[in-house]
Design a protein around this ligand. Structure first.
Ligand SMILES: Cc1cc2nc3c(=O)[nH]c(=O)nc-3n(C[C@H](O)[C@H](O)[C@H](O)COP(=O)(O)OP(=O)(O)OC[C@H]3O[C@@H](n4cnc5c(N)ncnc54)[C@H](O)[C@@H]3O)c2cc1C
Length: 382
């Protein structure tokens, strides 16, 4: 069956937990990307299809040309705009930030991290690009799609602190050896022009829906959770409106690969100042290598995020017992609503929450959370 190129596949589907937003474009790429292995989506084809026989001469070439023309005509007849622009959509001269067109931002900072594969990158929007930063479209969690205009592909990235009054957005971005956009962004210099569009919703937060939210991340998978925690707890600590208690369990391979101090320091301070609002546990696969400037070695847990680690974290922070949710048993906290959000490399997501379903669906809850008895309405894989 003919399918449009992947950069054009962005179906309009309702986001779960987004009843008030109606239909919003849902990124067809998942966050889960390959820290160890392939990404969760099909990469761009890199050469002619298998079996393409150039030796058959002009007839084949003419046939292919007519075939392609037919396919393109069919495509543009039946899929005029499947959910937003493709990466080759021209950047408008207008400057308003919008999901529907790219605008040019300027790269204003690119800072090294201890981990040479990640950088903190700041992009600054032109004046007037956002008329109202309080608009609900900037409620967490949202992302922008950044276009690599050398090869016309786009990928979603998460502004850590949203957009500030001067139009700045800060990102923590990882590059992969054979990855496209991350590597391209790492190569950009201060003053370079970067095209982006947005905001697009990653997850819709509701201040009054959950009593306990457990965020489980690996690597740069912490970025959407940081945006949520920044918006709800860190930005304005004197007027925290949500009653939700957060637990963040974050894992990196080694201390030097943990998020940089710009991300970790505010989280550590908040968890110390308000342990009733945020509980933080940091995990590393191995404690070897360079130490992290923000975390003492004895504050790190060595090993994966396991069932006992989740039970420990949840029971120390939440008054709802894990066995209550496992057996649906009445305990005094039976009505407490708990949600797990999981974001990181796909093998980690599978181990914690089970694999994704077909066609970018959530699949059933498996892994550690499945063993603990949590159900689909309590677990979301970003
Ligand atoms: C909503 C959302 C928000 C996100 N926010 C962030 C963020 O804030 N920071 C961040 O760093 N990331 C974020 N991501 C992930 C980001 O969008 C990209 O997926 C990631 O940067 C990789 O893109 P890339 O173009 O660099 O690599 P890609 O080109 O997509 O490649 C990724 C990996 O696949 C491998 N690969 C590529 N081609 C092949 C092939 N033919 N065969 C086998 N393997 C191959 C590469 O080696 C690499 O390891 C987010 C994702 C989502 C969905």
């Amino acid at each position: 069956m003919f399918r449009p190129p992947y950069s054009l596949r962005c179906p309009l589907v309702p986001l779960p937990h987004a009843p008030t937003r109606g239909l919003v474009p849902r990124p067809h790429l998942r966050f889960a990307h390959a820290e160890s292995g392939r990404p969760a989506y099909k990469p761009l084809p890199t050469g002619p299809p298998k079996g393409f026989n150039q030796g058959r001469g002009k007839l084949v070439t003419i046939g292919v040309a007519f075939g392609t023309l037919g396919v393109l005509l069919t495509y543009f007849t039946f899929y005029p705009n499947p959910g937003g622009p493709d990466a080759s959509t021209r950047t408008r001269t207008e400057v308003t930030l919008s999901p529907a067109h790219f605008i040019a931002a300027s790269l204003t900072a690119s800072e090294e991290s201890l981990d040479p594969d990640t950088r903190l990158i700041t992009l600054t929007l032109p004046p007037g690009a956002v008329s109202d930063r309080e608009d609900p479209v900037f409620d967490p969690i949202w992302c922008v799609w950044i276009k690599d205009d050398d090869i016309q592909v786009e990928r979603p990235y998460t502004p850590l602190e949203g957009i500030d009054a001067r139009g700045r957005m800060k990102f923590w971005i990882k590059k992969y050896d054979k990855g496209e956009v991350g590597r391209w962004l790492h190569g950009k210099k201060v003053g370079n022009r970067i095209e982006l569009r947005g905001p697009l919703s990653t997850w819709v937060w509701d201040d009054n829906k959950w009593d306990d939210v457990v965020l489980i991340s690996g690597g740069t998978g912490i970025t959407p959770f940081y945006q949520l925690l920044y918006s709800k707890l860190l930005k304005d600590p004197s007027s925290v409106r949500t009653k939700t208690r957060f637990t963040l369990l974050h894992s990196s391979r080694k201390p030097s690969e943990l998020p940089p101090p710009a991300i970790l320091d505010p989280l550590i301070s908040e968890s110390k100042a308000h342990p009733d609002r945020l509980s933080l546990s940091l995990f590393v696969d191995s404690a070897e290598g360079l130490a992290h400037p923000s975390v003492a070695a004895n504050d790190l847990q060595v090993g994966r995020i396991t069932e006992s680690a989740i039970k420990r974290a949840v029971s120390s922070h939440s008054s709802r017992s894990w066995w209550g949710s496992l057996f649906g048993k009445a305990d005094s906290q039976e009505e407490r609503k708990i949600l797990f959000l999981v974001c990181g490399p796909e093998p980690m997501i599978t181990a914690i929450a089970g694999s994704y379903g077909r066609n970018f669906g959530q699949g059933v809850v498996g892994g550690v959370l499945g063993n603990m008895g949590y159900k689909n309405h309590q677990v979301w894989k970003l």
